[in-house]
Ligand binder design. Structure first.
Ligand SMILES: Cc1cc2nc3c(=O)[nH]c(=O)nc-3n(C[C@H](O)[C@H](O)[C@H](O)COP(=O)(O)OP(=O)(O)OC[C@H]3O[C@@H](n4cnc5c(N)ncnc54)[C@H](O)[C@@H]3O)c2cc1C
Length: 524
């Protein structure tokens, strides 16, 4: 047995990040008969959690599958609905509407991506319907249908994926029960001090207000925006990205459900930000993300309440944030996961995905008690790439706007952007190629959906697609469109599928996403 092994992990914070970290660690470490490692989580009900964060990416299914969660039990306990993508309204220009679906634009004709063949068709035929017509996820969403991919319709099935919407508080509780059942220990208390080794600076214990000390070998900072350990004690520093992502405020409010339970998130651009709408089984989550440099909180509140589909169930709750990333999220024996590591606004629901990525990386690079700096460097390198690729993808949503109806949108259209993103936009505009700078981040179809949705139509296409006869390309698009239409027609309504799932009558969904969306970040 390794004398240097970690014997006790202390997780600070019991929000989504804290319990998403505790659950797989408890599953893997806490119950070991020999060489066991305690997993302790400290949280303060007095401070509470942020209480938002309800839309996810398909990669959440890798995470859930790794824990062995049953899809029906999960949906029942978290009041989950299915998410096929995001319906963007008024982004790019007022009146614009497009769908960023999870998955591809139908099965491809050959070795080249579907959008290349579509571009060739669009250059030849003036009336070529929008590429989105070949997104299975988009067709399902517009028809308000849902069924998990199944072997019966392989070509269609391989072309879409899905994530979930869920109640963030219920999900954290669900994972808490899972972790505690596997030996994790929960301590309630307010941390008032952090003790560090006088020479190494390693954290040795956290001190609670009632005088208790909680010692540990490895500390995971899931304390939210405050970054109690990573910033408070270890002064990791923070890169502020507000000049390229100017939203810094949000108002969140639940409302009564609309009659139809829709299988997608809706994002509507407004004068100084955007509204989210996230349908759950029992209510709809709503929010307004905005910049208070371009509007007032009172106006933002009115915009939010005016945009609700049903009766507000509470008073809107105000949140502030600084977009950016902790310069290092692993320092000495402390690793920041969740909001303590950084935050990019929830336009593509990436925060929970970033938690999955960080927890997956922590397991992959799990240290001994000396916490070798090489492991920390590798963690920080990998997470740095992921955060920056998410940042760039979100900036793209704003930068490509043609809106000039407010000071906010004029600022976005003219703001400087990272060179990496400029390259991605220009490459696509000129050639239709997508530069994937983070192979585990958003995949090509997501870039194509957003760039074309925002009005960037490439001037050229891949010359290799000319090798296929135009009649064959034509036949392919006509055939796939019919196949998608027929497959979607056979699917149940989203609400009907959920009801069947909760009653144990729906077909079991495959554990992991199949379609080209992102590569798994939590595949262990
Ligand atoms: C407006 C908004 C909308 C969002 N929407 C989405 C979305 O749709 N999808 C998505 O993926 N993400 C979304 N997010 C992000 C998501 O909410 C977070 O990533 C997620 O909830 C994780 O939060 P957390 O656990 O890091 O922090 P928190 O929920 O803030 O938890 C912090 C924990 O630390 C504890 N704590 C703090 N200080 C102390 C102390 N001194 N002593 C003891 N305990 C302490 C608290 O008690 C709490 O348990 C959104 C965020 C915002 C701001």
């Amino acid at each position: 047995m390794n004398d240097n092994a970690i014997r006790r992990i202390v997780i600070v914070g019991g929000g989504t990040a804290g319990w998403m970290t505790a659950a797989p660690l408890a599953q893997r470490l806490a119950g070991r008969p020999t060489g066991g490692c305690e997993v302790i989580l400290v949280e303060s009900p007095e401070i509470g959690t942020i209480g938002v964060g309800e839309a996810t990416l398909p990669t959440i299914r890798f995470y859930n599958a790794a824990l062995g969660l049953d899809a029906a039990d999960f949906a029942r306990k978290t009041r989950a609905s299915f998410k096929l993508g995001i319906d963007f309204q008024d982004w790019g220009h007022i009146g614009n509407r497009f769908f960023h679906g999870f998955g591809d634009f139908g099965p491809s004709l050959g070795k080249h991506p579907p959008h290349m063949y579509w571009l060739r068709m669009a250059q030849q035929f003036n009336n070529m319907p929008a590429l989105e017509n070949w997104s299975v996820a988009s067709r399902m969403a517009h028809a308000n249908k849902f069924a998990p991919p199944s072997d019966e319709t392989p070509s269609v099935t391989d072309a879409y994926s899905y994530g979930y919407h869920f109640d963030a508080g219920l999900y954290a509780n669900y994972l808490r029960d899972y972790a505690v059942a596997r030996g994790a220990r929960r301590i309630e208390g307010m941390i008032v001090d952090v003790e560090q080794h006088p020479e190494t600076g390693f954290i040795t214990a956290v001190k609670l207000r009632d005088g208790r000390r909680v010692e540990g070998d490895l500390f995971i900072d899931c304390s939210g925006f405050r970054g109690l350990l990573i910033e408070g004690a270890l002064k990791a520093g923070y890169d502020d990205w507000s000049d390229q992502l100017p939203c810094n405020s949000a108002l969140a409010v639940p409302c009564a459900n609309a009659p139809l339970l829709t299988p997608y998130t809706r994002s509507t651009a407004k004068e100084a930000g955007w509204l989210w709408r996230i349908p759950l089984q029992h209510r709809t989550g709503n929010g307004h993300v905005y910049s208070n440099a371009f509007t007032t909180d009172e106006t933002a509140r009115r915009v939010l309440l005016d945009g609700l589909d049903g009766e507000a169930l509470d008073e809107p709750r105000q949140l502030r944030f600084v977009t950016g990333r902790r310069r290092k999220s692993w320092v000495k024996n402390c690793i920041a996961i969740g909001l303590s590591a950084g935050f990019v606004e929830p336009l593509e629901s990436t925060s929970i995905h970033l938690i999955e990525t960080a927890v997956g990386k922590l397991i992959e690079l799990f240290p001994d008690r000396d916490c070798r700096v090489e492991l920390a460097d590798e963690f920080n390198r990998a997470l740095g790439i992921r955060y920056e690729s998410v940042r760039d993808f979100i900036i793209l949503h704003y930068k490509l706007t043609k809106r000039d109806d407010s000071e906010f949108w004029r600022y976005c259209a003219n703001m400087p952007i990272p060179d990496s993103l400029r390259h991605q936009i220009e490459l696509f505009r000129e050639t239709g190629r997508v530069a994937i700078l983070d192979p585990d981040g958003f995949a090509e179809p997501s870039f194509v959906a957003m760039l074309m949705g925002l009005g960037v139509v490439p001037k050229r296409y891949d010359p290799f697609v000319d090798a296929v006869a135009i009649r064959q390309v034509h036949g392919h698009f006509a055939g796939v469109r019919d196949m998608i239409r027929q497959a979607v027609e056979r699917m149940p309504e989203h609400g009907v599928h959920i009801a069947a799932l909760l009653q144990g009558a729906a077909a079991a969904a495959p554990a992991a996403p199949a379609a080209r969306f992102t590569t798994p970040s939590f595949a262990r």
